[in-house]
Design a protein around this ligand. Structure first.
Ligand code: ASP
Ligand code: CP
Length: 428
């Protein structure tokens, strides 16, 4: 099965499509939760077990006559990323729950490559232009790494100073010129709507890596992907979850995209916790309110976090301030170990798009949580590779070639990447 579609991908896809917790799914297919857990572990984990053929067939039957028999190449189940008929990722509004989850199946398939166990060359010869006109570590490097892990090459430009935009070149000219050099463009730019302007000047795929205070759709996708994977481990589903978004909700583009994406699910409770001057824009609150969700807005951190399944903290986006007087968070706005122990549950996930401002006085998400298993920030960043690989594979139309093209990686890499993350991958 590993040579075909990994059993982990099939099982995760089945649970997503049936909207079942691990416990419910294990009982549906008549196995113990423990057995299901071992089938979901990565192949390289010592605890990993192969799913018996009979169980695989039964999962296939439940899903309607699948799994090896071509479901994953049928167009009805193929992920699509489309903006006005073109392969572009500009806004999270392009997604339905189904299309986001179809993309997650492709991301699951990419995990062995993201974990450096397998390699593929499906994008051999392709070139990515990574154009970043604002500061970035994760998004720039992970889009570049994702493209390279698919076999492509990456060209970068960073900042206005080293781009001919400093000489007055327009977005239109820049985009059209780069399109003659590259097969896809990833753009981050300080102005809202600017990435859509890049997209209008080209027929090659353009990805919005953050347009000012507008959106950051790939971040929202990797955040939801992370929430689903973590919830799967914790025996939860997204429907009915309580999500607390904390901090600069006014300028934080990650929470704008994530709130809209989560609102595609059912019966969520959103607690929007921010200083008064940094509240979530009304148009996003109205969007969430169109679903059957409960929305609470508060500036009381203690009360806001109570009972949350996910606490999604954000950095003060000081670089976007107009006349807001707030400099950083006050100490009583900081999410730290003491607060988490006091108001959060044992299963609460603590997330943050990063970077967190770790300078004294910033009072962003505290580093004293680094050894707390509830802190999911590095699982988020790790998942960014698989999700961004999936985005490229879909935009460039190679997603169906990936599984047949996988070969073993030849080099040695650590079994788990960080000193504290082993347990969640089943590597310990
Ligand atoms: N890195 C995220 C963004 O670019 C969040 C942040 O910078 O605070 O939107
Ligand atoms: N999360 C995120 O976008 O990080 P960077 O700003 O470092 O790219």
């Amino acid at each position: 099965m590993t040579q075909e579609l990994q059993q982990q991908t099939i099982l995760r896809d089945a649970m997503r499509r049936l909207n079942m917790t691990r416990d419910a799914f294990a009982s549906r297919i008549g196995v113990t939760r423990r057995a299901l857990d071992t089938w979901l572990l990565p192949d390289e984990s010592p605890e990993s077990r192969a799913m018996p053929e009979i169980a695989a067939r039964y999962v296939g039957e439940i899903l309607g006559g699948i799994p090896e028999a071509g479901i994953y190449t049928q167009s009805a189940y193929s992920p699509t990323i489309d903006y006005e008929g073109r392969p572009q990722l500009l806004s999270i509004d392009q997604f339905s729950r189904e299309s986001a989850e179809a993309l997650f199946r492709t991301a699951d398939m990419m995990q062995p490559i993201a974990h450096r166990k397998k390699i593929t060359r499906v994008l051999e010869g392709a070139v990515l232009a990574n154009l970043f006109f604002e500061a970035s570590t994760r998004t720039r490097v992970s889009f570049g790494a994702a493209f390279a892990r698919l076999g492509g090459s990456v060209c970068d430009t960073t900042g206005f100073t080293f781009s001919s935009m400093a000489k007055g070149e327009s977005i239109y000219d820049t985009s059209r010129v780069i399109s003659g050099y590259a097969d896809a463009i990833v753009v981050r730019h300080p102005e809202q709507g600017s990435v859509a302007e890049f997209a209008r000047a080209t027929n090659i795929p353009v990805i919005n890596a953050g347009d000012g205070p507008g959106e950051h759709p790939s971040q929202a996708l990797l955040d939801l992907y992370t929430i689903q994977r973590e919830f799967s481990r914790l025996g939860k589903i997204v429907d009915g979850a309580h999500i607390a978004m904390v901090g600069d909700l006014k300028y934080g583009r990650t929470v704008h995209s994530l709130a809209k994406l989560l609102s595609l699910y059912k019966g969520l409770k959103f607690t929007l916790v921010s200083p008064r001057s940094l509240e979530m824009p009304a148009h996003i609150v109205e969007r969430i309110a169109r679903g059957d969700h409960v929305i609470e807005q508060t500036s009381d951190l203690h009360a806001g976090l109570a009972g949350a399944d996910v606490v999604y903290a954000t950095r003060i986006q000081k670089e976007r301030f107009a006349d807001e007087s707030i400099e950083g968070y006050t100490p009583d706005f900081q999410i730290n170990q003491a607060l988490v122990d006091e108001v959060c549950g044992r299963d609460t996930l603590i997330m943050h798009p990063l970077p967190r401002d770790s300078r004294p006085g910033a009072n962003d998400l505290a580093t004293d949580l680094n050894h707390d298993s509830r802190l999911a920030i590095f699982r988020q960043t790790d998942n960014g590779i698989a999700v961004r690989m999936a985005i490229f594979a879909v935009l460039l139309g190679v997603e169906h070639q990936v599984r047949h093209s996988m070969r073993d990686a030849a080099w040695k890499s650590p079994v788990s990447i960080g000193p504290d993350d082993a347990v969640f991958q089943g590597f310990d």
